[in-house]
Design a binder for this molecule. Structure first.
Ligand SMILES: CC(C)(COP(=O)(O)OP(=O)(O)OC[C@H]1O[C@@H](n2cnc3c(N)ncnc32)[C@H](O)[C@@H]1OP(=O)(O)O)[C@@H](O)C(=O)NCCC(=O)NCCS
Length: 191
């Protein structure tokens, strides 16, 4: 059973708690306070925060992307993203999701994703998620498949250059470069 959990939009007063979860689950500095500031009062960049019994249990960032925003997310794969998606914009992106360790596997990631999709699909039915492969497994895949998305493509070492440029750690690789692979999931009309 899902513990009592509320979902709300990110406030500035949430930054500190969110960054503790992000550093622990994703890697130090992968998400920065500066980045979070872009999610306040921005209709195309939204961050949802889950609170379970009053404590922050997780968060998810989403974005409605037009061409330039999509190219930013594409990192070193700009040509492929351009070919694959630029004829069908905007695209709603399920971006970073992280659930605090003690709250994982209790259904919170699922309710956050459903809320995110509810909001994204008001603007577009084109949905994309760039997922982290952790020790050979995509932890987020069951939720995405359950929400009707499908695997499109694997990208090796997607965050290598970005992690070096922005100097963030990865909870799997440690100090940069991050050599983790990514799998792209999309709404099924892309596959
Ligand atoms: C992946 C993550 C967001 C899932 O959130 P969650 O609240 O733990 O997931 P839920 O309890 O809603 O579980 C939904 C399904 O995902 C599966 N799942 C959750 N964590 C998993 C993991 N680490 N590995 C494999 N499957 C996992 C659950 O078993 C469940 O499957 P089921 O529906 O067949 O029972 C969360 O575990 C997390 O933050 N992980 C670390 C960071 C990460 O990988 N983020 C995703 C980046 S793309």
């Amino acid at each position: 059973m899902i513990p009592p959990t509320s979902i709300s939009r990110l406030l500035e007063t949430d930054f500190e708690e969110l960054l503790i979860i992000a550093d622990a689950i994703l890697g130090k500095n992968y998400i920065t306070q500066r980045e979070l500031e872009n999610y306040i009062g921005n209709p195309s960049k939204i961050c949802f925060v889950a609170r379970t019994r009053g404590e922050m249990s997780g968060f998810q960032q989403i974005q409605i992307c037009h061409y330039n925003e999509l190219m930013t997310l594409a990192l070193s794969e700009k040509s492929w993203f351009n070919l694959q998606f630029s004829h069908n914009l905007p695209i709603g992106v399920l971006k970073t999701i992280a659930i605090s360790t003690k709250f994982q596997k209790q259904g919170i990631g699922t309710i956050l994703t459903k809320k995110s999709l509810e909001v994204l699909t008001k603007s577009t039915n084109n949905i994309l998620s760039i997922c982290w492969v952790l020790n050979g497994v995509v932890p987020y895949s069951r939720i995405l498949i359950g929400c009707g998305l499908a695997e499109l493509r694997k990208i090796n070492s997607l965050w290598k250059k970005d992690s070096l440029a922005k100097k963030y750690d990865c909870t799997c690789c440690g100090k940069p470069p991050c050599l983790c692979n990514a799998i792209i999931y999309t709404s099924t009309h892309y596959s």
